[in-house]
Design a protein around this ligand. Structure first.
Ligand code: 9D3
Length: 244
């Protein structure tokens, strides 16, 4: 998988590329990340990348030619590729989008700034528009990093362990159960005794019930899509009754 990131702030990306899961994936050659500076392809002696909007109004718009020339400079990888524009108007990014993106061979992320990019870039060169959520940021750079991280960790062999593959989805739409580590007593607060019982089946059932309880309390919206067994459903009904 190759990621190409187009930005006027390429200095923002070393942390993404050098550390953590993404850093290891780059080091081992499982993914490639190239950051292209749109300003290198800017217009005129000042290498301009933005200009005032036709029709008037506040703010600046990213000019089409520099983005076009940056796109043209990017080598094509064999296989399927997508040009993604990061924009507040895009489809909301989520785990299922990450899973479908990790099947591609090349992802080109165009980071907008200012009031956005010239519409003709969007209509002619963009395959998909993505937003990471309903809040206002100053550009697409942080959203691009989030997408690279979420997609990279799904690529085969990056995680290690059984769930590391793209196609697999062990996510069952429930929140995690509570976790405890040493010490057994922290500020007078003990670890639930069942976790010390050594009874793995009991522990598994307790954790499942805790996951369901937490999801009901914190993210009831997730339960509609959750993969629940008959036993899970009866636990859920019991919890719902207790609440009133
Ligand atoms: C003040 C400008 N806004 C009018 C309501 C429009 C606007 C344009 C550009 C707001 C933010 C931005 C910059 N943001 C992004 O480019 C962006 C983004 C975001 O702000 N939130 C969530 N996902 C994304 S992806 C790209």
């Amino acid at each position: 998988m190759r990621f190409d990131i187009l930005s006027i702030f390429p200095e923002m990306f070393p942390f993404l590329i050098d550390y953590g899961i993404v850093g290891r994936a780059v080091e081992s050659g499982k993914i490639q990340i190239n950051v292209a500076n749109i300003r290198d392809f800017g217009e005129g002696p000042h290498l301009m990348t933005d200009d005032r909007p036709f029709g008037g109004g506040d703010g600046m718009v990213m000019k089409p030619e520099p983005i076009f020339r940056t796109l043209e400079s990017i080598p094509r990888v064999e296989g399927e590729r997508k040009v993604i524009l990061l924009t507040p108007q895009g489809q909301r990014f989520n785990q299922s989008m990450a899973r479908s993106l990790c099947k591609l061979q090349q992802i080109i992320l165009v980071c907008g700034r200012y009031e956005g990019v010239d519409e003709r870039i969007r209509s002619r060169y963009v395959d998909m528009e993505v937003s990471i959520g309903d809040y206002i940021l100053t550009g697409g750079e942080l959203p691009a990093m989030i997408i690279v991280e979420a997609v990279s960790r799904l690529i085969s062999g990056i995680l290690g362990g059984a769930t590391s593959n793209c196609e697999e989805s062990f996510e069952d739409c429930l929140l995690e159960y509570p976790q405890y580590t040493r010490p057994r007593v922290f500020q007078g607060d003990d670890v639930p005794p069942i976790l010390l019982s050594g009874d793995h089946e009991k522990i598994r059932l307790w954790r499942r019930a805790q996951s369901i309880k937490r999801t009901l309390e914190k993210r009831p919206d997730l339960l509609e899509r959750a993969n629940l067994s008959e036993r899970d459903k009866s636990i859920l009904e019991e919890l719902k009754q207790k609440k009133v």
